[in-house]
Design a protein. Sequence first.
Length: 151
Amino acid sequence: MSRAEQRSSARLAAAQALYQMEVAGAGLADVLAEFEAHWIGQEVEGEQYKPAELAFFRDIVGGVLEDQGDIDRAIDAALAKGWPLKRVEALMRAILRAGYYELSARPDVPARAAIKEYVDVAGAFFGPEESGMINAVLDSLARQTRPKEFA
């Protein structure tokens, strides 16, 4: 499995882990241990989960938690007026947080590649409208965060 495929799997797992932490109130250490032991690269309820780059997975999840206040403020500012982040569905919040973290903290990943990856993550759970919203918000944030990549 290529590094790109392992990173894609890491992004999907990170969004799911962030979602689980929010809705179940699970802590970072517990979620990382659970995902690494029982989800990533494992078969769960007849579904095979692909291997993931664990360091990348840990960086995204830990980074979002460490910078969540700043991340949430930036996403709130990028969302349509009258539609704050707290009104966005929990899994979509997790995807947006992971995506923005990567855009702001991982300059080694091209912005357009990160946006496409998180749109793909959204597409695994939602329809085109929600995926389009993820694309629009992350694109707006990327243009602010990495303007040189869009010049």
